[in-house]
Write a protein that binds this ligand. Structure first.
Ligand SMILES: Nc1nc2c(ncn2[C@@H]2O[C@H](COP(=O)(O)OP(=O)(O)OP(=O)(O)O)[C@@H](O)[C@H]2O)c(=O)[nH]1
Ligand SMILES: [Mg+2]
Length: 316
């Protein structure tokens, strides 16, 4: 334990000093080595709080990765150091996310002013809710001023940390009017900026009309949510998207909303870690030999279900 702690602590110091290889190793350990998380995050904690996080979410295939690639090109032109976390909570067995994402962001990834990292849900479940905020904090402590977080799906989990990014971009495509209706409450709650990507296709105007009608209900906390058209595959509209991100940041800095966003992020991060720990403990409790006797007692009608559940809970 001591060796592990010293080792992880030294690694975190190298990360804070800006060593790229140390950052990559820390991210890998946050993903795969639960025993190192406490030491790593404790070493990182004093150096967090400077980065600005931008969540980019939307359905599979909406063009999020292509859009992020285009944003990176734009960032390089503006000499803006930017890190990307590409999250795929879907099973790696059914989806070739990582290779594809690398290719879509390829033009920028060779530049030292850019850092791209993909994370895929482990096939044993648990998702990425607990790991993501730890990874964001590591990137922050490593000195990346802009962190773009790409993830699939909108409003699917109350633990979705992307929805607590300082600015959240929801990416939609022409022809998705029905989907917009179906999830509109969740969309409106989450989106600080709407992007209609693939605006080269038919139906962009209809979708814009639908979105603007939803948004007509009023500005969100004083912020008027913009609806932008992009053609990410042709690098069109991404300069305007950075401008919208900057405008939202300025708005929040002026209105004092930013500290609340940061608090929401931390609260969700704590919940996600607790949630994961509870799952681990529950699985352990349920695999204890004594559980068989408890189940048998329920089967025989000698214990009620709430009694049995209370007995399991008492072991967590
Ligand atoms: N016509 C058109 N195609 C686009 C545009 N942007 C992206 N695409 C294409 O849409 C497909 C999906 O793009 P991705 O960037 O992988 O989409 P994604 O949302 O990251 O997908 P997942 O990560 O799998 O959910 C690719 O074939 C892109 O080339 C666009 O603006 N117009
Ligand atoms: Mg993608």
């Amino acid at each position: 334990m001591t060796t592990l702690g010293t080792d992880a602590g030294a690694l975190a110091l190298r990360l804070v000093a800006g060593e790229r290889a140390a950052l990559a190793r820390v991210l890998t350990r946050l993903e795969r080595d639960p025993a190192a998380i406490a030491v790593l995050d404790a070493a990182i904690a004093p150096h967090t709080g400077r980065a600005y996080t931008v969540g980019i979410t939307g359905a599979p295939g909406a063009g999020k990765s292509t859009l992020v690639g285009a944003l990176l090109d734009e960032a390089l032109r503006a000499d803006r150091r930017t890190a990307v976390l590409a999250l795929d909570p879907r099973s790696p067995l059914t989806h070739g996310a990582i290779l594809g994402d690398r290719m879509r962001m390829e033009s920028a990834t060779a530049d030292p002013r850019v850092f791209v990292r993909s994370m895929t849900a482990d096939p044993h479940g648990g998702g990425l809710s607990a790991t993501t905020p730890l990874a964001v904090r590591a990137l922050d402590a490593a000195g990346w001023p802009w962190i773009l977080i790409e993830t699939v799906g909108v409003g699917q989990s109350e633990l979705d940390v992307v929805e607590a990014a300082a600015t959240t971009i929801v990416v939609l495509n022409p022809g998705w009017g029905d989907e917009v209706q179906a999830v509109k409450a969740g969309l409106l709650e989450v989106a600080d900026v709407f992007v209609i990507n693939k605006a080269d296709r038919d139906g962009a105007a209809v979708l814009r009309y639908d979105l603007e009608r939803l948004l007509a209900a009023g500005p969100k906390g004083g912020w008027r949510v913009p609806v932008l058209d992009t053609v990410a595959s042709e690098r069109r509209g991404t300069g305007e998207l950075w401008a919208a991100i900057d405008a939202h940041r300025q708005f929040q800095e002026g209105s004092g909303a930013l500290p609340l966003r940061r608090q929401r992020f931390s609260a969700l991060a704590i919940r996600a870690l607790v949630d994961r720990e509870l799952r681990v403990r529950l699985a352990a409790a349920l695999s204890e030999p004594s559980i068989a006797a408890l189940v048998a007692a329920v089967e025989r009608g000698e214990r009620s279900l709430p009694e049995a559940s209370a007995a399991v809970l008492s072991r967590l």
